[in-house]
Write a protein that binds this ligand. Structure first.
Ligand code: ZN
Ligand code: ZN
Length: 507
């Protein structure tokens, strides 16, 4: 009786599988519509399992499942998943949703290849009373290869909803690459990722990118950690370490080749394009470092690449700062960045600690130092990446919360902020204003590109009641395109804040 009821019910469920309009956010390629499996559990299914089949076509990168059901009379529905080869996980009644891909999965599920064929969603009925009925609806989303970065990688939506300056670290390593720390017994061990998250929490960061060398094995642990560290946006990153330079990529979860020079990867342009195409972004790391035995491939000698696919340059690296104690000097990364700006590329200044031991700030630059400060529409991966591309970003070398730097350019009613483009005809005048606070006796340093005309300082530095300082300069259009930005120096003359440019473009 029970078996025949179940069989009939399964057939009815297959007939009930309906399609609904997909809600893909940022990619208009054709995608499979979500598969909906819905039905009703009744008391006679108590302590049985249903296996609801669904088809996974070739070329799928991720399977995501969400379940909703009527919990009246203490009904509980357990959940698990089988692929054509066997069990992929069992979350029982602990979760209502999960996701899995080749590289990472919600805890309870096993990452691995998404093989095409018939998969089965397992529903178990440990608790349902004889007279109860519980309607359920499972929605299964199949994501094709080339997955777009989600709004937040491991969190449902933004961590915070408000527009603000958000502070974080774009470069850290854990034991998933060569990060290490002391174990409880005092041994040096590969450092678990939660130690980096703890350090980010202690530093008061809003976001932290974990950028392991070429691997994606950290993505699973980060997916596990994000619900606990729910005040900090965790960004999945990778440091692509080629023999000719290091590139950080942020956002994509799937495989990316790093073996530059192999037949699979003749040029880094392929990687850059793939990252941008998926909604992530790339930055060139510590380009002023030398290459050699002390630091394999650390300097940037890749040569010409498509810089329109690069959003940022790591202008300060914590590891370099341990050596040099200054962002200036022979190993400075700033001249490389400014050289690209002079060539007409638009690249934000970002920074990273490059921390490899979150528990030992003496041995390493601490997580969060230097800090990158980004004005974003909210605290999500997507908003943060858009903000870096828009360039309203500055670097805080001493990682002191409350420090601030912004730049405004105005002409003929048009106004842009740091990162923006102001169009100026020959002979027209623009006024540029730097505003900063949080640095005692700050000195504003104007920096202009090779093609820029002379800046005329039109005011002394004005010190406001709240301690903030502002200064305005004017310039006259000369029929060329160039960039202008600002550094803030402390009373010892050291750079403490580095601003991204505004771009003046010939009208
Ligand atoms: Zn590196
Ligand atoms: Zn690194």
């Amino acid at each position: 009786m029970r078996n025949s009821t179940l069989l009939g019910w399964r057939l009815a469920l297959l007939a009930l599988a309906v399609t609904v309009t997909p809600a893909w956010a940022s990619d208009d390629r054709p995608r499979p519509a979500p598969i909906v499996l819905e039905g009703e559990l009744t008391g006679e299914l108590h302590e049985t399992y249903l296996e609801l089949p669904f088809e996974v076509p070739p070329g799928i990168e991720r399977v995501s499942v969400s379940l909703d059901y009527d919990q009246n009379n203490r009904t509980v529905i357990d959940m698990g998943l089988r692929d054509p080869n066997g069990l992929r996980g069992w979350s029982g009644g602990a979760r209502r949703s999960f996701t899995l891909s080749a590289s990472e999965a919600t805890p309870s599920y096993t990452p691995g290849p998404i093989v095409p064929g018939t998969w089965r969603l397992i529903l178990g009925a440990p608790n349902i009373r004889a007279s109860s009925r519980s309607a359920y609806r499972a929605e299964i989303t199949l994501t094709p290869a080339g997955e777009q970065v989600p709004e937040s990688a491991f969190f449902d939506g933004p961590i915070r909803a408000d527009p603000a300056w958000y502070r974080g670290d774009f470069h850290t390593h854990t034991g998933h690459s060569d990060g290490s720390c002391e174990s409880l017994a005092g041994r040096r061990v590969p450092c678990p990722a939660f130690r980096t998250l703890e350090a980010a929490r202690r530093a008061g960061l809003d976001f932290v990118a974990v950028t392991e060398h070429n691997t994606v094995s950290h993505h699973g642990p980060l997916r596990e950690l994000q619900p606990y560290y729910d005040t900090i946006l965790i960004i999945p990153g990778r440091e692509i370490t080629t023999f000719k330079g290091h590139l950080n990529v942020f956002g994509p979860l799937g495989e990316l080749d790093f073996q530059l020079g192999s037949p699979r990867l003749p040029s880094l342009d392929q990687t850059l394009k793939e990252v941008e195409g998926r909604g992530g972004f790339s930055s060139i790391n510590h380009p002023g470092m030398p290459s050699g035995e002390a630091c394999m491939g650390c300097g940037w000698i890749v040569g010409d690449i498509d810089f329109s696919q690069v959003a940022a340059v790591e202008v300060v690296n914590g590891g370099t700062m341990l050596l040099t104690r200054s962002p200036e000097g022979p190993l400075s990364h700033i001249p490389f960045w400014e050289g690209l700006l002079d060539q007409g590329h638009r690249l934000a200044a970002i920074a990273g600690s490059d921390n490899h031991d979150p528990d030992n700030p003496g041995r390493q630059s601490p997580v969060g130092r230097p800090t990158t400060v980004v004005y974003a529409a909210n605290l999500s991966q997507r908003a943060l990446f858009d903000a870096v591309r828009a360039g309203r970003v500055f670097v805080d070398l001493e990682a002191i919360p409350g420090r601030h730097l912004d730049l405004t350019a105005k002409s003929m009613g048009a106004e842009v902020r740091m990162g923006g483009v102001l169009r100026l005809a020959q002979g027209e005048t623009a006024s540029l204003t730097v505003e900063t606070h949080g640095v005692e006796n700050a000195e504003i340093e104007w920096v202009a590109g090779a093609n820029a005309p002379a800046l005329r300082l039109s005011s002394q530095e004005l010190v406001q009641l709240d301690g903030s300082r502002r200064q305005t300069a004017t310039l006259t259009g000369v029929g060329r395109s160039y960039w202008v930005r600002a550094n803030i120096r402390n009373q010892e003359g050291e750079i403490v804040l580095i601003g991204s440019p505004v771009y003046i473009e010939e009208k």
